[in-house]
Write a protein that binds this ligand. Structure first.
Ligand code: GLP
Length: 261
């Protein structure tokens, strides 16, 4: 895993945006895996700016979101579909029929999960997957204890996640108890993963994900087995990394290596 330690949220967003924009310029029909949460909001803002100011073209992009709450209609204020519309899709020229977010109202849900996997395959697989990380080390809604080979599935949310996400609802009782989520096996098939983490609250999760043992107890740790993952974390989220100096050293020297290759 390549680890980039950035100063703060703004710099994390800059570094992430550079990568997504470069991938999009290289492949206009990019299949983009997208995440919700506060971590990627700055990235999405920069993508919208690049569209407005520099004509970054999303007309051929196909997107797949990681997850959605079960029971929330797409137009619900807290649905991930609505989040994506408001934070990205409404601000770029992506075709709405090319955007995919799991449908929390779909029935039967298990069939919907299988269809979601099929749609990803038929689109040619995900080129670049944006990821956040939960305080307990989950990616998407792959809570601790989820199989590292899991595919898109229905999961119960942990009390911790319900508590964390209750800030967006009237209170914890309003947070849905279940979600549809891509599995870890699904995510690991993305060609490139871009993991974003910001703030002191994420320091334990970041440490466990990057340096801890690969374990279903911290599903983000499965990314250690992925051939091309870049973690972009701010100073606060990097605060507990044992090898932080080494990552910084690498970061400083990449320029030299690149020039010679
Ligand atoms: C939720 C989402 C995850 C996200 C996590 C962290 O649980 N399902 O995909 O990574 O929250 O969110 P934030 O970026 O707001 O800290």
């Amino acid at each position: 895993m390549k680890v980039i330690i950035a100063k703060d949220y703004e710099e994390v967003s800059d570094r992430a945006a550079e990568r997504v924009i470069a991938a999009l310029r290289q492949k206009p029909g990019l299949v983009l895996g997208l995440a919700t949460g506060s971590s990627p909001v700055g990235l999405y803002r920069r993508l919208a700016e690049a569209h407005h100011n520099d004509g970054l073209d999303f007309s051929q992009v196909v997107s797949f979101n990681l997850d959605e709450y079960v029971g929330l209609a797409p137009e619900h204020e807290q649905s991930y579909r609505r989040f994506m519309n408001e934070n990205l899709f409404d601000h770029v020229n992506i075709r709405s029929e090319n955007t995919h977010v799991p449908d929390g109202l779909a029935r039967p849900l298990l069939e919907h999960c299988r269809d979601y996997e099929r749609m990803i395959r038929e689109a040619g697989g995900i080129d670049l997957q944006v990821l956040g990380v939960g305080r307990d080390g989950h990616v998407a809604f792959n809570e601790p204890g989820t199989s590292l080979g899991s595919r898109t599935h229905v999961t119960a949310l942990t009390r911790e996640t319900i508590e964390d996400n209750s800030r967006f609802f009237e209170g914890p009782d309003e947070v849905p108890r279940f979600a549809v989520t891509m599995g870890i096996g699904t995510i690991l098939e993305a060609r490139t993963c871009l993991l974003l983490a910001v703030g002191e609250d994420k320091a334990d999760a970041v440490r466990a994900a990057i340096e801890g043992p690969v374990t279903s107890m911290v599903t983000a740790s499965a990314l250690q087995l992925h051939p091309d993952t870049v973690a972009v974390v701010d100073e606060a989220a990097a605060g507990k990394l044992e090898r932080a100096d080494f990552y910084r050293w690498q970061q400083e020297n990449w320029g030299l290596i690149d020039q010679k290759l």
